[in-house]
Design a protein around this ligand. Structure first.
Ligand SMILES: Cc1cc2nc3c(=O)[nH]c(=O)nc-3n(C[C@H](O)[C@H](O)[C@H](O)COP(=O)(O)OP(=O)(O)OC[C@H]3O[C@@H](n4cnc5c(N)ncnc54)[C@H](O)[C@@H]3O)c2cc1C
Length: 382
């Protein structure tokens, strides 16, 4: 029997595997997709996350980032990282670096999707493997999380029926606040990304704001930049890989004339990829011997570009709890490491969703550069 089976070989699943292996645990990562795994992502890795990767022994090639720039057509605000640089890094490059490090530490790879799993008093079985713990790092739409939530609800309903109680209603809980946010939600948001072959014109991540969407530009090498769009509707027929969706992406870029000017006639350097709905409210992260990490453990939005950094921090916390044989402690540890980033993203997202406030975000960042720099550096170090 192995110690840990990680379902999902994204950055957080691999980081969890590496951290567990460094703590002396035996680990297998189940990832059905062929390497190197790609994904819709802005690919801006914040300074704290670059540092955390280095402590795992992972130093991927990329494009050093000096800070963040907000633009809205009439205003521009720059905030520089105060300490180390961030890194623009292709997901495929990040995946290859993490997978190589994991393999070097003896982590085994299983090219399988984890479907059904069973919990026993002292182990979990899944895909023909036996492990002391199953870690679900299977992304935003985690099938493992859904199965656990369904099972927990059924169990609760049965217990309630036996006791003659009405079924309990769960509001989704924001980490750290414990506050129900169900029923007051703005429209779901989605992300799309595509790369273009063009030399970066800045070493800041540029965020172009318009009424219903934001476009992120992240340099990832000396001749490629990534453009990620965050918006409330994907629109258009077909999935992100279709011609219609690619046309839709180009049409959406028309809302960002300054960005289009910068791109000139640059040729796309990758297929279009999409993700969403982004927000995933998750009630809990520990289900006995099955634990959730990364996007699978809850996600708010890509607006502040902290997903990888927060996921790496969760991976560290989870590995420490498993290595100490105290899986139940992970819920609290998860909240501790996730709350600062969650609060920042929630605040910015709330402002972004207020029709009267949203147009003032970039002008305010320009007028109050110290505040903008403080918030950006809070995100950078979260
Ligand atoms: C448009 C967009 C822009 C973003 N920009 C940024 C940014 O600039 N910076 C940043 O830090 N973050 C950004 N993020 C967030 C970041 O991409 C995620 O937080 C990060 O990918 C989470 O990693 P993960 O390993 O938890 O999940 P994922 O990267 O989604 O990996 C999950 C893995 O699990 C595998 N899997 C799925 N189901 C199963 C199963 N049943 N069994 C086994 N394996 C399975 C999948 O194949 C996948 O490889 C962005 C997100 C979006 C959508």
């Amino acid at each position: 029997m192995i110690d840990v089976l990680v379902a999902g070989g994204g950055p957080v699943g691999l980081a969890t595997a590496i951290r567990c292996a460094l703590a002396g645990l035996t680990v297998t990562v189940a990832e059905p997709r062929t390497a190197p795994v790609d994904k819709a992502c802005g690919e801006g890795v914040m300074p704290a996350a670059v540092r955390r990767l280095a402590t795992l022994g992972v130093t991927p090639d990329g494009y050093p980032l000096r800070g963040i720039r907000y633009l809205d057509g009439r205003h521009q605000a720059d905030a520089l990282f105060r300490h180390e640089a961030g890194l623009g890094v292709r997901r495929t490059v990040l995946h290859a670096a993490l997978a190589e490090r994991a393999a070097a530490l003896g982590v085994t790879a299983a090219p399988v999707r984890i479907g059904a799993f069973e919990q026993h008093p002292d182990h979990v079985t899944a895909a023909g493997l036996e492990a002391r713990y199953l870690v679900a790092a299977d992304g935003l739409h985690s099938a493992i999380r859904r199965a656990l939530e369904r099972e927990a609800m059924e169990r609760e309903a049965m217990a309630g029926a036996a006791a003659g109680r009405q079924p309990a209603r769960h509001g989704a809980l924001a980490p750290g606040r414990g506050r129900s946010v169900a029923g007051r939600r703005p429209p779901p948001r989605y992300g799309l990304r595509r790369h273009y072959r063009v030399a970066p014109w800045s070493d800041l991540v540029e965020v172009y704001w318009t009424r219903g969407a934001e476009a992120y530009v992240t340099p990832v090498s000396a001749d490629v930049i990534g453009v990620a769009l965050l918006c409330s509707r994907l629109g258009g027929p077909g999935g992100p890989g279709t011609d219609a969706a690619a046309d839709g992406f180009a049409a959406r870029l028309a809302a960002f004339p300054a960005l289009l000017d910068r791109l000139g006639g640059a040729v796309p350097a990758s297929a279009l990829r999409g993700a969403g709905p982004l927000r995933q409210d998750v009630h809990r992260r520990v289900y006995g011997r099955v634990l959730l990490v990364g996007d699978a453990s809850g996600y708010l939005d890509a607006l502040t570009g902290e997903g990888i950094g927060v996921g790496l921090a969760q991976a560290d916390a989870l590995a420490a709890c498993l290595a100490a044989g105290r899986p139940a402690d992970y819920e609290r540890a998860w909240r501790h490491v996730s709350s600062p980033a969650w609060r920042l993203t929630a605040g910015l997202l709330w402002s972004r969703n207020q029709p009267l406030l949203a147009p003032h975000i970039v002008p305010a960042a320009q007028r109050l550069p110290w505040l903008f720099a403080t918030l950006v550096n809070h995100a950078a170090q979260a």
